[in-house]
Ligand binder design. Structure first.
Ligand SMILES: [Zn+2]
Length: 527
């Protein structure tokens, strides 16, 4: 395996090693041997073959999927289960009860995902197999009922926006944004995972808000979008202006670059939002590419002041008697690991039913593209040297003052745009570990960066690097490996030697022939 490791330069390697181990040491349960599953082997072989092909090597006989692996009906286990950390994704629709398009889209989306999965659509299968997708079609069913009574075409601009308790759910979350502005100037102050201020609970918190907050806190969501209506634009945090008295003030988060990338993923795939005509619905966002920072659009504390980017009475401006209450997107970002954007799906909040089909067609691709964005950046597991996961370890990126915490299984997902980063992991009682990571411009899979932390004791300094070499460790090429991309764009081979003289011994053969042992002819693809 170590020779394979070198030859494949790490591609598929942890998977291959685990697969080999599972044959040599199968699982035992109640005195019965349980073998690894054949479908796991077959899927890995399919993924790894391009890497083997690239060095003209055959799939190793000791990993013969038919010989050493068994069918699910015989009872088997997935030896790669440990490697399959999946990000959690959510869509929330109909937070404002009279903005109904999101609700319908999410129902269509659920049907589409299920039927395409069964039909064998490989894009959908890849998405579902690698992502935990949560859909909440309606966050405000009471408001919807009210708006639906009036019906499409008759519903006014605001009826049903609020809940039965007359609360605007997007102004009902704790205000952590003014807290982050306050402490941002304090050196070393934590500006993420802020606690909910006690005073928040003294106000009127809607049961819908409580339920969603509980949900957000119980699942380590990575990415989310809230679907609204009344305009055609994608907005991203902060929604609350950095200057409390100044509306329409650009108020970026430390993750501004990533939020722009996320918003563009939706906007660029949407034929309406990406339309360059200023005359269209939402046309005043054309010069910004159909995306805008929420606070710059209209700050959430704004009273009834005019808004530069919206027509009058689009989204009603925020009226709050209680500055403790703000929107859901800022809360996601400042209280949890989750990045949330807000999508305004169209200028009509309650369109006629026969418009829904074309709305679905406009939004299908953006909805899928945005979900796929959850696989950007880096992912991994933080554990101690015995492999025990470390929960709540901090994943920090130098230059971005916003940390991500590991979940219960020690896994984390850190959304990042392409670039080179110094990433560190630290947890209470353990030393800090730094790694240098480079994310290429084109990637369809989050790069895997695991951390092993050593417990602190008298001998260890506060900050150690895992080793001189590893501190500078490059991004794991395995994680860039995308079999589909390889098939689509094979790397050009200038000399064309491989196709002209396939029977020539490949370059790596000298490793084995010089060993003066049995030459492993079975490794040769062309004998
Ligand atoms: Zn809304």
């Amino acid at each position: 395996m170590s020779v394979l490791h070198n030859l494949l330069q790490g591609e598929c390697n942890p998977d291959l090693r685990l697969l080999s181990c599972s044959i040599m040491a199968p699982k035992c349960e109640e005195g019965k041997i349980i073998k690894p599953c054949r479908n796991v082997c077959e899927a890995l072989r399919k993924n790894c073959l391009p890497a083997f092909d690239a060095i003209d090597m055959a799939w190793p006989y000791f990993l013969d999927c038919d010989r050493f692996f068994v069918d699910e009906v015989e009872g088997c286990f997935d030896p790669l289960a440990k490697l399959r950390v999946k990000p959690e994704f959510k869509y929330i629709g109909n937070m404002h009860g009279n903005e109904v398009v999101g609700k319908e889209l999410l129902i269509y989306l659920a049907q589409y995902l299920c039927s395409e999965y069964l039909l064998g659509n490989s894009r959908i299968q890849t998405l579902i197999n690698n992502t935990r997708i949560h859909l909440l079609p309606s966050m405000n069913p009471d408001g919807y009922e009210l708006a639906a009574e009036e019906g499409a075409g008759y519903n006014g601009w605001t009826n049903g926006r609020q809940t039965a308790q007359n609360l605007d759910l997007n102004r009902n979350f704790p205000d952590l944004t003014s807290e982050v502005y306050r402490i941002a100037r304090i050196r070393g102050a934590r500006t993420d995972h802020l606690p909910i201020p006690q005073s928040y609970w003294w106000g009127k918190v809607a049961p819908e808000t409580k339920a969603v907050m509980k949900w957000i806190k119980s699942i380590p969501f990575v990415l989310s979008a809230s679907l609204h209506g009344g305009d055609l634009v994608v907005s991203y945090p902060y929604d609350y202006s950095v200057h409390p008295l100044e509306e329409k003030m650009f108020s970026p988060t430390p993750d501004e670059k990533m939020f722009k990338l996320l918003s563009k993923a939706y906007a660029n795939a949407h034929p309406g939002i990406s339309d360059k005509s200023e005359m269209r619905c939402g046309g005043n966002f054309v010069r910004r590419g159909g995306i805008i920072n929420g606070a710059e659009w209209y700050s959430f504390t704004g009273g009834s002041k005019k808004r530069r980017f919206t027509r009058p009475l689009m989204e009603p401006p925020f009226k709050s008697n209680n500055l403790n209450w703000l929107g859901m997107a800022d809360f996601n970002y400042l209280h949890t690991n989750c990045f949330e954007i807000t999508v305004e799906l169209g200028c009509e909040k309650f369109p006629l039913a026969d418009e829904l089909y074309s709305l679905w067609h406009q939004n299908k691709e953006p909805l899928l593209k945005f979900m796929e964005m959850v696989h950007r950046g880096i992912k991994g597991v933080v554990s101690d040297r015995f492999g025990n996961p470390i929960k709540n370890a901090r994943i920090s990126v130098k230059g971005i003052r916003h940390d991500i915490l590991t979940a219960a299984d020690g896994d984390y997902w850190r959304l990042l745009p392409p670039g080179t980063y110094i990433v560190s992991a630290q947890a209470r009682g353990y030393s800090k570990v730094l790694k240098k990571v480079t994310l290429p411009a084109k990637m369809s899979k989050a790069g895997r960066v695991d951390f092993v932390l050593r417990p602190l004791n008298g001998k260890f300094p506060q900050i150690i690097r895992d080793s001189a070499g590893k501190a500078n460790e490059q991004y794991d090429p395995l994680e860039h490996f995308d079999p589909h991309a390889r098939h689509a764009q094979p790397e050009p081979r200038g000399d064309g030697r491989r196709s002209v003289q396939p029977r020539e011994k490949p370059w790596w053969w000298s490793y084995f022939s010089s060993l003066n042992q049995h030459k492993p002819l079975w490794l040769l693809k062309y004998q």
